[in-house]
Design a protein. Structure first.
Length: 203
């Protein structure tokens, strides 16, 4: 009989390590890495060709996306950001024209006002920028433990692009059989294209 491993304490430890690493970064050092990631994202063919970019709004310990979002809006891209809502803890994306439209919502994250913004329906021709504490080289992520992106990505039909610092890129992470790997991982040092052959196997 195969031994069952409780991966929850492992994930908890990895999250704590990633959180501490990010909190220990100097403001200037973080800004330098954030801009390297932003520039890599803006030069991606998938982003340049996308009609719509779905993008998280960063908190202090995440890879910054605010300059990236502003650059997309200046390019004339349609940009949508997430809002956590509903009894089933679902996440939906809403189009915005400016970051000034956002206000603190779930977990203190800046979110759009559903009364003023239009929710994204069809996602053909879009890319989704996905946050995480860590990604591995097969495109799987260590998220924040709430499952919002896991649920969203399970039904998303566009290209998913993960972003993290190179220090948080792992060789392999534990993942479930229903987890969806991202198509690309962008760090301050490299861009990894995830092939389907790299996603075989399960841990």
């Amino acid at each position: 009989m195969e031994k069952v491993i409780d991966i929850r304490p492992i994930k908890k430890k990895l999250r704590a390590e990633a959180r501490e690493m990010r909190r220990s970064m100097s403001p200037d050092g973080k800004q330098t890495l954030d801009r390297k990631i932003k520039n890599k994202l803006l030069n991606l063919w998938a982003v340049r060709e996308a009609q719509t970019v779905l993008c998280y709004v960063s908190t202090d310990i995440e890879v910054d996306t605010r300059e990236f979002i502003n650059a997309l809006l200046q390019m004339g891209k349609r940009v949508a950001v997430p809002r956590c809502e509903g009894e089933k803890s679902e996440m939906n994306f809403y189009y915005i024209q400016s970051l000034s439209e956002l206000s603190p919502g779930s977990f203190g994250v800046d979110e759009p006002d559903p009364q003023r913004s239009i929710m994204v329906g069809k996602t053909e021709g879009s890319v989704c920028i996905v946050p995480a504490f860590m990604f591995d080289k097969k495109g799987y992520r260590l998220g924040y433990g709430k499952g919002y992106y896991d649920r969203y990505l399970s039904r998303y039909n566009g290209s998913a692009i993960g972003v993290c610092y190179s220090a948080n890129l792992q060789e392999e992470l534990f993942h479930g059989k229903y987890d969806r790997a991202v198509d690309l991982v962008v760090t301050d040092k490299e861009i990894l294209t995830i092939g389907k052959e790299n996603q075989d196997g399960k841990r």
